[in-house]
Design a protein around this ligand. Structure first.
Ligand SMILES: Cc1cc2nc3c(=O)[nH]c(=O)nc-3n(C[C@H](O)[C@H](O)[C@H](O)COP(=O)(O)OP(=O)(O)OC[C@H]3O[C@@H](n4cnc5c(N)ncnc54)[C@H](O)[C@@H]3O)c2cc1C
Ligand code: FES
Ligand code: FES
Length: 1350
């Protein structure tokens, strides 16, 4: 502790604050008295570690994912009302919860007692896949219903802004919960999708006639929801709250004191005596500083009992909000005020409400305070621009008096600094009424609309001379344009006295472009975009005011009708969805569940929080915690390591480095080109150098941070371009070639050359990597790991420890998502945890923090491609020469196979007679990139779709015409000479185009675009053909083990792992059909290296095919053994046959095995079979862009997918929708940013944006192609995990289509480059216009950018 810090803490020893009170809370109705609550402890840690309530999950620890949502209830003496709020337990300080009731997922229902309707409906609507997000979603919904038993869709939108799900694509969650809403009850929720399929080209009756079904669950069976049956507020807490006299509270730990004064004087005294004390209200800033910036505050002061800071008062000039009033309460007050006051008085209130609509998520708004937002002084605060542009008045007080200051250009004195003195407290904020002749508008731009920090946020406030369009005052405030919120004084003053019109607009733009210039190296990057936004947002305001003035009868220029949409405020529409699949044949036995939409077998446990994930395992006796020591340099020699401080900490058990590895320090999934712990040199930021093992997580992490490492920097290669320059490649460079390229180009009427960069992607599984290692006797090691590949974990742990694989037992119950990220990279952690456990002979655990996980584990490979394509006048492709470069990172990992799959998908679904593809793996100083759903396929196909769209732009034709013209036909051969059999893609194509009524759609879009200058719509249809099989032939094998017990129950084990995709459910379905027994008799316990050996990773979409066939083989063996007893007793039961066989000494366990036949491809000769078969799909998407900001809406997506005869349509549709939304993230939202030195800048949900609820297409229709049996896989089914992801490219190309329409307005036509993802920045920049011209990007090479494209 620093000197000042210890003085502050010591000061408290001698003061009245030296005592420590008891903290009283009620958790799920039970009273808990905590004698020594730790002021630094979060509620989440307390629930999970102290109370063992592991249903509440940890996804990010920064309030950004909602996995930790719980409900807090308290009785408010002031309003005499019970208040229920959803909060993020990961940020809520335990000490802030005195005299509250906390309801966790365990408190509302369980499978053992009874599920709560919220839990039941989410599970039954198939809204839970991996289930890691599920408890948080349930609690958000539960809290909403406790406040409002009949919510509407708008309430639902608000409630889920702070919850993320990486698996489902959100649609089924919304549908399940929609049944609680007023709108959702139109058909009493009886038929899924009943009220949502208008206008989607679906004739429900005729579809049903043809054996198609649209019902994935029967909501008429849902338990009714009766709000009167909810758990009551604990009566004892009620009387405690009423009877406890208000008094100051103190909670102490050796490091920190928490004080809750009960009067303003007390608070001011505290601040006066100890100015370093930190006021904390919602802890949504302080919590982040403590966790991620390692700040230690010795004294935290909570002002929640200080009346002046919590009151709301109407004054003559406006509304005065106490600084500790929550944003949610503020919103309610302002909404009331807007309803009860004349419109001209509430301009400022409405501007604040508009900002609050998109401010964080509900859980944050429920606790975060207005004062906290102001005092944080963040340059991207959303409220400060409103307060600054409207000169809100702030009352500041210290022990000597008070002063009122205006929020103006002098308030912020520097980055995160204000003129408020350390002894002062912000008491209240007066938000002014507006007056006649005043217009105030607030705007926020961000990567994702919901729960995202701003890129640029602005508020404009203009006051006109009475009955005139002459400006009396103009205040323009911006966030995101410098180290503080800024007021554009020069522009505002310069425009005073001017009349509102084109001339004023031009002056404003020139002046703003000059005044808001920022350095090209500015933190946050996107410099020319941010500058353009300043002008674009002002332009929106300009039009809005112009329209306003006209409506008031002023003589001003007319706003052209086609410009009006630029003034509209975005309000989220209610999404709707339809799912169509083929029902099972009418004669199929009821107990035969193959082909039926069976719910995920763990869904109910997931929804009730009972499902256990790796970190939910109760701590073992004597268990230790491990924290990694990682490199902060991208490429450097390690000169020295000083871990003495860590070693000296009493709680530290050991510090491990490379020399402590008893076996081999060389590791890697295919080639051993990695280290378990770095030896002498580091090759990326995040390279694991060592580990600290301590008694607690906090101690281990603190000790790890104390280790000092001296480096000598070596030259780095970070980006693909740098790798090309340095020729830094891995061997081999793959080439796939067919036909005569020169001849093809000769025959071509046109030749087009182009380039595309496609960014990488973070897996963002909601559960980060976890390993718990437990040493057993005889040198055995038991490993619980969140891995897709138990066998690889087993062999690499054995190798590192220098023991045989038969001593390592790897167990996987379930994962909270994997997506390829837990295929090989999990061993980075599991080998080190096993090493520590082996060394200390004690159980050791580590769950990576979200930022660590993102830093060390790598993601999808970024790709860059250069292509040359030749085509005829008609658009037929004749020749293609393409070179792909991938950013493989600092080790080979699976990069070669990823690149091979990219090459195998370079023609996507099109026949190209002459083709050459080359794949180059760039060796860079980034963490090794790895498998990710699609495994290179999406990158390969994306480049293909880019040149196809470029051909359409060059020829001026609709892109779907060019695509259709080039589509493969039955019997065609791929570049790797595989003949396409059972080619159903054309059927998918026709059905998709039919469903969307393409001609009509195109005409409507054309019409819309004619009528709207600043909003444009676009459409694209994209096919996919995804090859099924591991491209490494030896991996196409699987095993299963089936035990029948004497009571007839069956324990099924197979080599696949469950990560949410429903593999265990499908395997149970297969086993159930094969043995002809109900699914209730079959159980899958876990995946264990002791049950099934030498398993392939659960990957390549092939796990159902491979493991299902192995399960089937086991069952065939068992059936043969039982047949005799069935024949002998045809009227017997399953149990009686099993008993008879047992007494006859028949082996009731059978091992099954399967290998995919006829696989084996050779690149040298371009011969041999690569894939077992293909999964096909087509998607048509329509979007709308805001040309001025680059924001977009996903209007509709219509998917037709061939999954053969689906084993389980609910799970398969879940994969389609979930994969599709992950693709939407990949192609439009998710952007990993690295500094030029190779430091990952986006390390959590705050900066890395995966799709949220608001990103689902307004209309999403998924149809599984009917009558398409697949003779190459189990029960005619097809693999589905990866193929749908690429269909989201249709959204990307629809955006490109819309941008093209915008560019035409500026006289630009023909092909243009749009890299992926199509972020708001890229869309805006591509929509070149007068504003973009005024803000050109600085010349590359003239400055050091904040972030680079890797
Ligand atoms: C997931 C997430 C999303 C977010 N989204 C947004 C967003 O969309 N827009 C946005 O603008 N911000 C956002 N934020 C930032 C943050 O939520 C807000 O700034 C919030 O208003 C802070 O309030 P708080 O009560 O939680 O502050 P705290 O963390 O409790 O305190 C913040 C700071 O203010 C000081 N302080 C608080 N009250 C007083 C007082 N009365 N007098 C003197 N000092 C005081 C504290 O000492 C501390 O330094 C987000 C944060 C998170 C974690
Ligand atoms: S864990 Fe709390 S919001 Fe993510
Ligand atoms: S089910 Fe939502 S994150 Fe997996």
């Amino acid at each position: 502790m620093s000197d000042t810090k210890s003085q502050v803490q010591n000061g408290f020893e001698t003061e009245t604050w030296s005592r420590s009170d008891d903290l009283i809370i009620f958790v799920n109705g039970k009273k808990v008295v905590e004698k020594n609550p730790d002021p630094e402890m979060t509620l989440l840690f307390y629930l999970r570690r102290k109370l063992g309530l592991t249903g509440t999950k940890l996804g990010c620890a920064e309030g950004g994912c909602g996995a930790c949502t719980v409900m807090i209830s308290r009785f408010d003496l002031h309003s005499q009302r019970l208040l229920h709020v959803a909060v993020n337990a990961c940020l809520a300080p335990l000490c802030s919860l005195h005299l509250t009731a906390i309801t966790t997922i365990e408190g509302i229902g369980s499978t053992a007692r009874k599920l709560h309707p919220v839990q039941e409906r989410l599970a039954q609507a198939h809204g839970s896949q991996c289930g890691f997000c599920t408890p948080g979603l349930v609690m958000s919904m539960y809290a909403l219903l406790r406040n409002n038993p009949r919510p509407n869709m708008e309430h639902l939108h608000q409630a889920f802004q702070g919850n993320l799900c990486r698996c489902t694509g959100y649609r089924p969650i919304l549908e399940g919960f929609k049944t609680f809403t007023q709108n959702g009850s139109c058909c009493k929720g009886r038929v899924n999708g009943c009220c949502m399929n208008q206008d989607q080209g679906l004739d429900q009756d005729s579809d049903q006639d043809s054996g198609l079904s649209q019902t994935l669950y029967d909501s008429s069976e849902f338990m009714p929801f009766d709000p009167t049956q909810e758990v009551i507020f604990p009566p004892e807490l009620n009387s405690l709250t009423r009877s406890t006299k208000s008094k100051a509270l103190v909670f102490r730990s050796p490091r920190c004191t928490w004080v809750q004064p009960d009067s303003l004087d007390q608070l001011l005294d505290l601040k006066w005596t100890f100015p370093e004390t930190r006021i904390v209200v919602g802890n949504t800033e302080v919590g982040i500083e403590v966790k991620f910036k390692n700040l230690v505050y010795p004294v935290l002061v909570s002002p929640t009992q200080v009346p002046e800071l919590n009151s709301v008062q109407y004054t003559e000039k406006g509304i005065e909000f106490g600084a500790a009033v929550s944003l949610d309460h503020m919103e309610t007050v302002l909404q009331d005020a807007v309803r009860s006051h004349p419109a001209h008085q509430t301009e400022v209130f409405r501007a604040i409400l508009e900002q609050l609509r998109w401010f964080a998520g509900k859980q944050i708004r429920n606790v975060a305070a207005l004062g906290g937002n102001i005092m944080t002084a963040s340059p991207i605060s959303d409220l400060n621009p409103v307060l600054m542009s409207t000169a809100a008045k702030l009352t500041l007080r210290d022990r000597e008096g008070s002063r009122v200051v205006q929020m103006d250009q002098n308030f912020f004195t520097g980055y995160r600094r204000t003129l408020v003195q350390p002894t002062e407290v912000l008491v209240s904020v007066e938000v002014p009424y507006s007056r006649e002749g005043q217009v105030v508008r607030a705007y926020k731009t961000s990567r994702r609309r919901e729960d995202d920090i701003s890129i640029v946020t602005a508020t404009f406030n203009v006051t006109f001379e009475p009955s005139s369009s002459q400006v009396q005052e103009l205040r323009l405030a911006f966030g995101g344009m410098g180290p503080t919120t800024v007021l554009a004084m020069q522009t505002g003053n310069g425009l005073r006295g001017r009349y509102w019109g084109e001339e004023l607009l031009q002056n404003a733009c020139f002046s703003l472009a000059d005044e808001m210039a920022i350095d090209p190296s500015s933190p946050g990057g996107m410099v020319s975009y941010r500058r353009t936004l300043v002008l674009s947002l002002f332009y929106k305001f300009y039009l809005s005011v112009l329209q306003n003035l006209r409506e008031q009868g002023m003589k001003v220029e007319t706003v052209p009708a086609e410009y009006l949409s630029a003034t509209e405020v975005f309000h989220p529409p209610t999404p709707s969805g339809v799912q169509v699949y083929q029902a099972v044949p009418s004669g199929q036995r009821l107990e035969d569940v193959v082909g039926r939409p069976l719910m995920h077998v763990s869904a109910e446990q997931q929804a009730s929080g009972e499902a256990l994930y790796c970190d939910d395992l109760k701590p073992h006796d004597n268990e230790l915690y491990l924290s990694l020591i990682c490199s902060t340099r991208a490429h450097a020699k390690i000169l020295s390591i000083d871990s003495s401080e860590a070693q000296a900490m009493p709680s530290v058990a050991c510090v491990l480095f490379a020399e402590d590895v008893p076996g081999s320090n060389r590791t890697g999934p295919i080639v051993y080109d990695e280290t378990v712990l770095a030896q002498g040199e580091v090759t990326c930021v995040g390279h694991v150098i060592g580990a600290v093992v301590a008694e607690t997580q906090a101690d281990a992490q603190k000790a790890a941070k104390s280790v000092k490492i001296q480096y000598e920097d070596l030259p780095t290669v970070i980006t693909i371009q740098e790798a090309i320059e340095a020729q830094s490649f891995y061997e081999p460079i793959r080439t796939l070639q067919k036909g005569d390229l020169d001849e093809g180009f000769k025959q071509s009427d046109h030749i087009l050359e182009g380039e595309l960069h496609m960014g990488g992607q973070e897996h963002f599984y909601l559960e980060t990597n976890v390993t718990v290692a437990v040493p057993r006797d005889q040198g055995e090691m038991e490993i619980f790991s969140s891995t897709q590949c138990p066998s690889k974990t087993q062999s690499l742990v054995a190798k590192a420890l220098g023991i045989a694989s038969n001593r390592v037992h790897v167990r996987v119950k379930r994962m909270g998502g994997g997506f390829g990220g837990k295929e090989s990279r999990t061993t980075i952690l599991s080998t080190v945890v096993a090493l520590a456990s082996h060394r200390l002979r004690r159980p050791v655990r580590c769950m990576l923090d979200r930022d660590e996980d993102m830093l060390v584990t790598g993601g999808r490979h970024p790709f860059y491609a250069k292509y040359k394509v030749g085509f005829s006048d008609s658009g037929r492709v004749l020749a293609l020469d393409v070179t792909y470069y991938s950013n493989a990172g600092n080790s080979l990992d699976l990069s070669l196979s990823v690149m091979e799959r990219a090459l195998f998908h370079m023609e996507n679904s099109y026949l190209i007679p002459n083709v050459r593809g080359q794949g180059v793996l760039c060796r860079t100083n980034l963490p090794s990139n790895t498998a990710f759903r699609g495994f290179g396929g999406p990158q390969g196909m994306m480049v293909c779709e880019d040149w196809i769209s470029a051909i359409a732009l060059r020829l001026g034709r609709a892109s779907e015409q060019i695509r259709e013209l080039n589509l493969y036909s039955e019997g065609d051969q791929t570049p790797y000479n595989q003949v396409l059999e059972n080619f159903t893609l054309r059927r998918c194509w026709d059905e998709c185009l039919d469903r969307v009524n393409i001609q009509d759609r195109r005409a409507k879009i054309l019409d819309f675009n004619k009528q709207n200058r600043w909003n444009k719509r676009g459409l694209a249809v994209v096919p996919t053909k995804f090859g099924i099989a591991f491209t490494a032939a030896f991996l196409n094998q699987a095993g299963a083990l089936v035990h029948i017990y004497t009571d007839g129950s069956v324990l099924l084990a197979h080599g696949g792992t469950e990560m949410g995709q429903g593999l265990h459910t499908k395997m149970i379905q297969v086993c159930s059909r094969a043995l002809a027994i109900p699914v209730t008799k079959i159980h899958v316990c876990e995946t264990s290296s002791h049950s099934v050996a030498n398993t392939s990773p659960t990957a390549a979409s092939a796990s159902s095919d491979l493991n299902g066939a192995a399960v089937l083989n086991s069952c065939k063996v068992l059936n043969q053994r039982l047949q005799h007893y069935k024949d002998r007793d045809p009227h017997g039961t399953w149990e009686s046959w099993v008993q008879a066989a047992y007494f006859d000494r028949v082996n009731l366990s059978a091992n099954g095995f399967y290998r995919t036949p006829d696989l084996g491809y050779d690149f040298e000769t371009n011969s041999g079979r690569v894939f077992n078969y293909f999964t096909y799909g087509v998607c048509c998407s329509e979007v709308e862009i805001d040309c001025l900001t680059g924001a977009h809406k996903n209007l509709s997506s219509t998917i037709v997918m061939d999954v053969g005869h689906s084993l389980n349509p609910a799970l398969d549709i879940g994969q389609v929708e979930g994969g599709f939304m992950q693709g939407v993230g990949l192609f439009t939202l998710e952007q990993l940013l690295y500094s030029p030195n190779g430091v990952l800048l986006t390390r959590g949900p705050g900066t890395y944006k995966i799709p949220g609820f608001g990103d689902i297409p307004t209309q999403l229709q998924v149809s599984l192609l009917r009558d398409a049996p697949n003779d190459k896989a189990l029960y005619s089914s097809k693999a589905i995990g990866e193929p749908p992801l690429f269909l989201a490219a249709s959204v990307f190309f629809a955006l490109k289509d819309a941008i093209d329409a915008a560019r035409l307005e500026s006289g630009l036509s023909g092909p243009f480059r749009l890299d992926s993802p199509a972020t708001a920045e890229r869309i805006r920049t591509a929509c070149a216009d007068r504003f973009t011209k005024m803000c050109p990007a600085a010349e590359p090479g003239t400055y050091k950018p904040w972030a680079v494209i890797v």
